[in-house]
Write a protein that binds this ligand. Structure first.
Ligand SMILES: C[S@@+](CC[C@H](N)C(=O)[O-])C[C@H]1O[C@@H](n2cnc3c(N)ncnc32)[C@H](O)[C@@H]1O
Length: 287
């Protein structure tokens, strides 16, 4: 009798141990599947630590899974964001062509980050446009969810690497299908991401009419020489060498700067070598 009880107790104990193991393994494999994307990310969580958290959270699994999903998608966002800041526009185009879901993942993370900003630069640009004639034709370079086009009465050509709306032109903004001298306002709102960003500004110069506006909103830290950012003066000089006149600038916001230029009416012919400063990537911290 004692022998049978012992055997049954041992069986029960083995069963408990096995079911605990299964729980940990299934969480680890969920992590492993996403780990392909997390390889180089600071957010990477080792299987061991996932298992440890799994054990301590076993009483409320849905809460735990939600937390882990949020952590993983935050990690994906940071990794895609870093990729976009460290490759050319054409490489970014191929990256999203290979896997469109990466674009959606990036934008979900981007919206999450933006929700912590007291003010979004795109709203300032929308306000700026609303104070001007709706007859101005606009090109929104790196439009994201095309919010600008949705909020103003102007004709807006929305351009991005992926077309999230039927109206968005999917292309690398270094080479758009827009006609030369056809645009009144070219907007770059947090979109000078690629390492070949000067090519995007050359393209804006091509499509803008003489006297047309160039509006640039960029993350402030990218223009802070004290933390490795570019000197705003050398950036402005390069834009002017391209064929623009500085109109105004706004450094009042804590998170971003705004630069307003106008395309020169008459440009001296001749090719001038432009010295573009390097724009450092804007990497987001883990929250
Ligand atoms: C940080 S988001 C900003 C989106 C939008 N302008 C806003 O302010 O909400 C930058 C956008 O630029 C796009 N982008 C980056 N490089 C691009 C390129 N070479 N051609 C077209 N779009 C590009 C990205 O896909 C992304 O949607």
């Amino acid at each position: 009798m004692a022998k049978i009880e012992d055997r049954e107790t041992r069986k029960r104990k083995r069963g408990i141990r096995r079911s605990r193991k299964t729980h940990i393994v299934s969480l680890s494999s969920e992590h492993r599947q996403s780990g392909r994307l997390l390889e180089h990310n600071e957010d990477e969580t080792s299987t061991a630590s996932v298992s440890k958290v799994a054990r301590s959270n076993s009483s409320k699994p849905s809460n735990f899974l939600e937390k882990m999903r949020a952590r993983l998608s935050g990690g994906h966002f940071r990794m895609i964001n870093e990729k976009l800041y460290t490759c050319t526009g054409n490489e970014a185009l191929c990256y999203f062509k290979n896997d469109r879901s990466l674009f959606d993942m990036y934008h979900a993370g981007y919206q999450e980050q933006m929700s912590h900003w007291p003010e979004q630069p795109i709203n300032i640009i929308i306000k700026w446009l609303k104070e001007r004639s709706p007859s101005l034709v606009v090109a929104d370079f790196g439009c994201g969810d095309a919010r600008l086009a949705k909020k103003v009465d102007n004709k807006v050509f929305s351009i991005d690497l992926v077309s999230s709306e039927p109206s968005v032109i999917a292309c690398d903004m270094a080479n758009t299908p827009l006609d030369s001298s056809s645009i009144d306002v070219a907007v770059f709102c947090l979109s000078l991401m690629g390492t070949n960003f000067p090519r995007y500004l050359h393209e804006a110069h091509r499509v803008l009419k003489h006297g047309g506006w160039l509006l640039i909103a960029e993350v402030k830290s990218r223009f802070d020489p004290n933390s490795g950012g570019a000197d705003p003066k050398s950036f402005s000089k390069a834009v002017c060498d391209l064929g623009f006149t500085p109109f105004s600038k706004d450094f009042s916001n804590k998170m971003f700067i705004l630069l307003y230029f106008k395309k020169k009416e008459n440009q001296c012919s001749g090719v001038k070598k432009i010295e573009w400063p390097r724009l450092k990537p804007c990497l987001y911290k883990r929250r």
